[in-house]
Design a binder for this molecule. Structure first.
Ligand code: AMP
Ligand code: MG
Length: 502
């Protein structure tokens, strides 16, 4: 009888990721081990080759049948140890003790050529023990939305999880309608959330809480390991990162939309792009999320909510901060008290830079407040107002004025600003260049995102998605011929509400 040849392995064009899965080595209570659920007809829609390079992953392998099989959840490559992570969360202020990865699987971690540890997670990869009544799947629209916004944030220089790939599943997901399904490959410094600590604190599982803290410190705050009180030093690190992050969001007009404690990463990266949106016309009370009826997560509420989330983290960490609870509470409060000054300093420094000032003089804070008040009153476009102010620094204020419902309101402010900048001796060209380096021309405007998603979902046309990604990759450069992408929505294009789409 002839020998029967063994089945051929899947064709591989290059090198598989070299996984090193530190989270999967933690105690069992932190996660459930299970593979992603395969999909019927995986098709690679987008691979982020630049990011693949940064991660030290072989883009040719990722685009090969074996790579796409991994990105779809159909094949678990050697070295991956797929898990769904456990976490809790305060959702709109109400505590849910058992959330967890209900539609995501952490394949494992890689260490980049630059020495950074990064999670590789599939989102939309099928049910897990944490799915409750959900199907574990993601629809194409929200997957592409997360891809666009995450990559736009990265190009803006804002800490964020990244999008490595989007794969169509060839299956439908059933929401209000049947929608095409997709899987997003998300890259993160880690997926540890405030809610991850809450999960073990709520269960009084001190062993797991301690193991999680030690892991988080090693990963995100190694210096805290040598501090007198490592838990407190770690908390201080998280506070500092959140203060800086929320300031960065607000300086580009970003509204996260669901700042629940399970969507608050201790790495300081922006995570979970659901009903997020960017301001067009500036107003501090702007809310987009269709489920945020109270305006809890409104633009200007974001620092207060981050502070609230951090107080929840402090509560979870208390037993690790000290055995005497009253003392631990006082210590945590003292650290948390640093949030508002840190946020305020980052916000003010950012706004000074946005209006072309490199240091603060008396009266500058009032100048900023006056500008924001006039912008709100006159429905000035947030992004363009600062971008056009760079032109005004070079003597052309027409574009800036035109953004105000009443241009006279702009004139009154410009007079004070011009007097201020005349005093510091910086040349107009140098000031304008510095302003253009911090005030983007291009943000993922809601109407453009919706347009790209509609073409992809309704017509299987990815061209608008690709075009938008290309523009957003260079947000601080004027891109002649692409003015349409910088323009605010016309009234009929304005997006008033955004949806989670889960
Ligand atoms: P999110 O709104 O994406 O932050 O998710 C909140 C919680 O709901 C997390 O525990 C998710 O894993 C879970 N979840 C969201 N969508 C689904 C889904 N389609 N299937 C299962 N769980 C889901
Ligand atoms: Mg979430």
């Amino acid at each position: 009888m002839p020998d029967i040849a063994p089945p051929a392995p899947p064709p591989e064009a290059g090198i598989r990721p070299a996984f090193d899965n530190s989270y999967a080595r933690l105690p069992d209570a932190l996660f459930a081990r299970l593979p992603p659920t395969p999909v019927s007809a995986p098709r690679l829609l987008r691979l982020n080759t630049g990011l693949a390079g940064e991660l030290g992953l072989d883009a040719a392998w990722l685009a090969s049948p074996a790579g796409v099989a991994m990105l779809a959840g159909n094949h678990v490559p050697e070295g991956a140890e797929p898990i769904a992570q456990a976490y809790s969360g305060h959702q709109f202020g109400h505590f849910s003790p058992s959330l967890g990865d209900g539609r995501a699987i952490l394949l494992g971690e890689v260490v980049t050529p630059a020495g950074l540890r990064r999670d590789i997670q599939l989102k939309g990869s099928g049910p897990t023990p944490f799915s409750r009544r959900g199907d574990g799947r993601a629809a194409l629209g929200p997957v592409l939305r997360e891809y666009i916004v995450a990559e736009a944030m990265a190009a803006l220089g804002i800490p964020t999880t990244r999008a490595l790939a989007a794969v169509a599943t060839g299956e439908h997901v059933f929401r209000e309608d049947a929608l095409p399904g997709a899987v997003l490959t998300r890259i993160a410094a880690s997926h540890i959330r405030v809610g991850t600590f809450q999960y073990f604190a709520a269960r009084r599982d001190m062993g797991s809480l301690r193991a999680l803290l030690d892991h988080a410190i090693a990963r995100h705050d190694p210096a805290a390991a040598d501090a007198a009180n490592p838990a407190l030093a770690f908390f201080a690190g998280v506070v500092a990162r959140q203060a800086a992050l929320v300031a960065r969001w607000m300086l580009v007009g970003f509204i996260h939309g669901v700042m629940n404690t399970d969507n608050c990463a201790i790495s300081g990266e922006t995570i979970d792009y659901g009903p997020c949106a960017f301001l067009d016309a500036y107003h501090p009370e702007t809310v987009f999320s269709s489920i945020d009826h109270q305006g809890r997560y409104a633009y200007a509420n974001q620092p207060a909510i981050a502070h609230w989330n951090l107080a929840r983290l402090a509560e979870a960490l208390l037993p690790l901060i000290g055995a005497d609870e009253a003392v631990a509470v006082e210590q945590a409060k003292a650290v948390l008290a640093g949030f508002s000054p840190a946020f305020g300093a980052a916000w003010k420094a950012g706004l000074l830079a946005k209006i072309g000032l490199s240091d603060e003089a008396p009266g500058d804070e009032a100048l900023i407040q006056d500008l924001l008040a006039r912008m709100a009153e006159n429905e000035a476009d947030f992004t363009l107002a600062f971008r056009r102010l760079a032109d005004a620094a070079q003597g052309d204020a027409a574009g800036f004025r035109a953004l105000f419902a009443d241009p006279a309101a702009a004139d009154a402010w410009l007079a004070g600003w011009q007097a201020r900048i005349a005093a510091d001796g910086v040349s107009p060209a140098v000031r304008a260049a510095a302003m253009r380096a911090v005030n983007p021309a291009f943000i993922p405007r809601n109407h453009l995102v919706e347009e790209a998603l509609a073409a992809a979902v309704q017509n299987d046309d990815l061209a608008p998605f690709e075009a938008l990604l290309e523009v957003l990759a260079r947000p601080f450069e004027d891109q002649p011929g692409r003015e349409r992408f910088a323009a605010p929505p016309r009234p009929e294009q304005r997006v008033r509400a955004t949806f989670c789409g889960t």
